[in-house]
Design a protein around this ligand. Structure first.
Ligand SMILES: [Zn+2]
Length: 97
């Protein structure tokens, strides 16, 4: 059996989707880790056990509510990291020539 955190999956998904909305966001490994850690520490984990290779689709997050919560927390994380990236990136001018 594999122990699996559903919240982590949704945070990863949300990360990919939401980062497009933050053009000044750096997106390097350090910033990515900071966003994910910030969000994951603020969302209660939801663990499920599943057999190897089997995805349990019936057990999901109470979709809309929890997803919205996750998105809100992720956006907060993106804002913080975009404003003060630990890697020292200079935000908006970073990737522009
Ligand atoms: Zn960075």
């Amino acid at each position: 059996m594999i122990i699996h955190n559903l919240v982590e999956e949704h945070v990863m998904e949300g990360y990919e989707t939401l980062q497009k909305h933050f053009p000044g966001y750096c997106g390097c490994e350090i910033c990515r880790a900071d966003v994910l850690v910030y969000a994951l520490n603020r969302i209660q984990a939801r663990y499920v056990a599943s057999q190897e290779g089997k995805v349990i689709t019936e057990i999901q997050l109470d979709r809309h509510q929890n997803r919205t919560d996750i998105d809100v927390i992720l956006m907060d994380a993106f804002r913080r990291v975009t404003d003060a990236p630990r890697c020292g990136a200079t935000g908006r001018s970073h990737s522009q020539a």
